[in-house]
Structures are given as structure tokens and as C-alpha cells.
Design a protein around this ligand. Structure first.
Ligand SMILES: [Zn+2]
Length: 271
């Protein structure tokens, strides 16, 4: 139960704060996030070139800003052309060193939205995703997964490996049946700005009805602008608006949503 006198502390489980979109005002963005009750942010990397700098930056930004930063290391399907199997070996080596503040593998996943995708690209995505799931099993880490037009393919891989620490299906907008399958595997669903759009009735219904212990909040900043902020850069402080929206959809208080979703992230990431 949320105590009314307990200060709010929100966790943005998915924010690309290391992207150059924030180079000019990152500390201001973090200060605004703190003012909006954001206590922690997880930054998932998308390509191998980001990994080392993100490990260092998450430590530095945690020291110089009022928000605590953790990170995930992974290979995002959108950048498939730049990935190669050697990157999985690099990731394995890095994870063996147990870098401080690295709490998950991601952003990984499958994105089959592009219908003109070649069978080779599809196979490459699948091989790299499977490789990262194997690493999650090996290093006992949770996964942060991006899925678009691919949830059944993702589920197939997850059912085969059953990664013990599961993870987050980020920006979830699949079906109720797929949501249920992910929950059976211990995964949490990430909800962000998408639920602020009245037309997203299917996703809003899921956000309103899935067990609260299976939900985490996210912004996916600088992407995924909230309703009313279209065309603007998204930022982590707006996770408070996502939390307010979720509270309204579920008919519960904001502190209740904040406490439950932050607790879910801390449990998942073991922090
Ligand atoms: Zn992302």
C-alpha cells in the first residue's frame, strides 16, 4: 500500500538519454526529471559503439545529476546493418566484467515492420536476438526487448530458452493473448506515451487490466511523444504524465502506481 506521505519516486525504465538529441541540455533534462519525481532512469544502448561510453556516462551522470542512472547493453534491430556476430563476443566479455550500473541486456528484439525486408536481414535479426537471449541466460541478466510485428517470433525464442530473470517487453502494444504469454514467462510489460492517446484503446485496456506487478513505466525518450506533445522531443520527466494516465486508467492513485512500478523495476534489475 502506498503511504500518502511517502515522496513519489518514478522509474523511467527506457530512455535513450545518451543520444545526441540531449547533448546540449542533458543536465537540465535530468533536473526537470527530478522535479517531476523521477528518481531513476534505465538507458538501453542500441549499438556496440555506445557500450563503453554508456558504462562511463551512467556513472558520471549519476554523480553530477539528481537522478540515478542504470544501463543496459544490447544490439537494437533498427541498426541491424551495423551489427555483426563479433559484437556478441564483445558483449559477453564486457558482461563477464560485471560493469557497475549495467543491469540488463538490451535493447534487443525483432522488428519485422518493414515488409520489404530481405530474408537475410530477418535471419540476421533472429540470430542476433537469439544470441542476446543466450547471453542473458549465461550471465543471468534480464532482457529489454523491442518487438514490432514480431511478438510471436520473440515468444518462440523465449519459450525455447526460458531466460531465468526474464525482462521487459518495452512499449508493449501487442494483443491480450501475447501479453498473457509474456507474463507466463515472467516478463513485465513497459507502457509509455502510447497509452496517453485515446485511440490506443486496446493498449489502454491492457494497461488498465494487467496485474500491476507486471507493469513498468517508460518514455523511450527522445522518441514516442505523449499526446499533446507530438512533434516535440520526448524527455524522461514526462514519465510522470504516463504514470498519471495509468493511475486514471486503473482508477488508483498516482502514488500507488509510482510505488508499484518503481518497485517492479528495482526487483527486476536488482537495485
Ligand atoms: Zn528504445
Amino acid at each position: 500500500m502506498a503511504k500518502e506521505n511517502h515522496p513519489l519516486s518514478l522509474f523511467d525504465s527506457h530512455c535513450h538519454l545518451n543520444f545526441s538529441d540531449f547533448d546540449n541540455d542533458r543536465l537540465t533534462v535530468l533536473t526537470r526529471a527530478k522535479q517531476a519525481a523521477v528518481g531513476r532512469i534505465c538507458i538501453p544502448a542500441t549499438q556496440q559503439v555506445e557500450w563503453l561510453s554508456l558504462i562511463n556516462a551512467s556513472e558520471l551522470w549519476s554523480q553530477v545529476s539528481p537522478v540515478s542512472i542504470v544501463a543496459a547493453l544490447g544490439l537494437h534491430p533498427w541498426f541491424i546493418a551495423g551489427h555483426n556476430p563479433g559484437h556478441l563476443k564483445v558483449l559477453d566479455k564486457l558482461l563477464q566484467q560485471r560493469p557497475a550500473r549495467v543491469v540488463a541486456i538490451g535493447e534487443t528484439g525483432l522488428d519485422f515492420f518493414d515488409r520489404n525486408m530481405t530474408p537475410e536481414t530477418r535471419a540476421k535479426q533472429l540470430a542476433l536476438f537469439t544470441g542476446q537471449v543466450e547471453l542473458a541466460c549465461l550471465h543471468q541478466m534480464p532482457l529489454i526487448i523491442h518487438g514490432r510485428k514480431s511478438h510471436d517470433d520473440i515468444l518462440k525464442v523465449l519459450r525455447r530458452y526460458k531466460p531465468g530473470r526474464a525482462g521487459i517487453i518495452h512499449g508493449f502494444s501487442g494483443s491480450e493473448q501475447q501479453a498473457g504469454e509474456y507474463l507466463k514467462l515472467g516478463f513485465k510489460l513497459g507502457f509509455g506515451g502510447g497509452i496517453t492517446y485515446p485511440r490506443a484503446s486496446k493498449t489502454r485496456h491492457l494497461a488498465a487490466t494487467m496485474p500491476i506487478d507486471s507493469i513498468v513505466l517508460e518514455t523511450d525518450a527522445p522518441d514516442m511523444p505523449l499526446n499533446g506533445y507530438q512533434g516535440q522531443r520526448n524527455e524522461p520527466g514526462r514519465v510522470k504524465l504516463v504514470a498519471e494516465c495509468l493511475a486514471k486508467l486503473r482508477g488508483v492513485s498516482l502514488p500507488e502506481v509510482a510505488e508499484a512500478t518503481s518497485h517492479n523495476c528495482r526487483t527486476l534489475f536488482r537495485i
